[in-house]
Design a protein around this ligand. Structure first.
Ligand code: FES
Ligand code: FES
Length: 165
């Protein structure tokens, strides 16, 4: 049986924020490290590296996923969206980003890209959330600055503007 070479790098190709890009990754390389170190995607932040803080959240084929809990190889051929792709081509913020800005939903901003991706996924699946559901969703993210008040207000504001409660 041939020996498995754990250091051998493989080409991984993904559609990142609508653009096909590729890079080389060892089989054990985390997707979060691949995005940051190989594809220079600085909008993906890394905190705990074990699935607790939510800072590394991206959307893979539309679902919010913690990129530190996946290997880069598992993302080969898939669509990845990050917070960097939320604004339009001219750099104008989308409705959620604007609501975050207006409601002071960020301070240092370290947690923000991950939260934006989770909220985007959440509101697509549940456009009419209760306050409790928003709190429940946010419980998957650690923010050390805001106390979550502004974040919750921003999410509920976007939901109500879209026709929710
Ligand atoms: S860095 Fe991935 S959940 Fe904290
Ligand atoms: S704004 Fe600083 S950790 Fe959330």
């Amino acid at each position: 049986m041939p020996q498995l070479n754990r250091d051998q790098r493989h080409r991984i190709t993904v559609t990142l924020n609508g653009k096909e890009v590729s890079g080389l990754a060892e089989p054990r390389m985390l997707l979060s490290d691949f995005l940051r170190q190989i594809l220079s995607t600085n909008s993906v932040h890394v905190g705990c590296e074990h699935g607790v803080c939510g800072a590394c959240t991206v959307r893979i084929d539309g679902r919010a996923v913690r990129s530190c809990l996946m290997f880069a190889a598992q993302a080969d051929g898939r669509r990845i969206d990050t917070a960097a792709g939320l604004a339009d081509d001219s750099g104008d913020l989308n409705a959620l980003q604007t609501a975050f800005k207006k409601n002071h939903a960020l301070q240092c901003g370290y947690c923000t890209p991950g939260i934006l991706m989770s909220v985007t996924d959440f509101l697509e699946r549940n456009p009419n959330p209760s306050e409790e559901e928003v709190e429940d969703m946010l419980s998957g993210h650690i923010c050390r600055c805001t106390g979550y008040v502004g974040i919750k207000r921003a999410v509920l504001e976007v939901a109500s503007r879209a026709g929710g409660k």
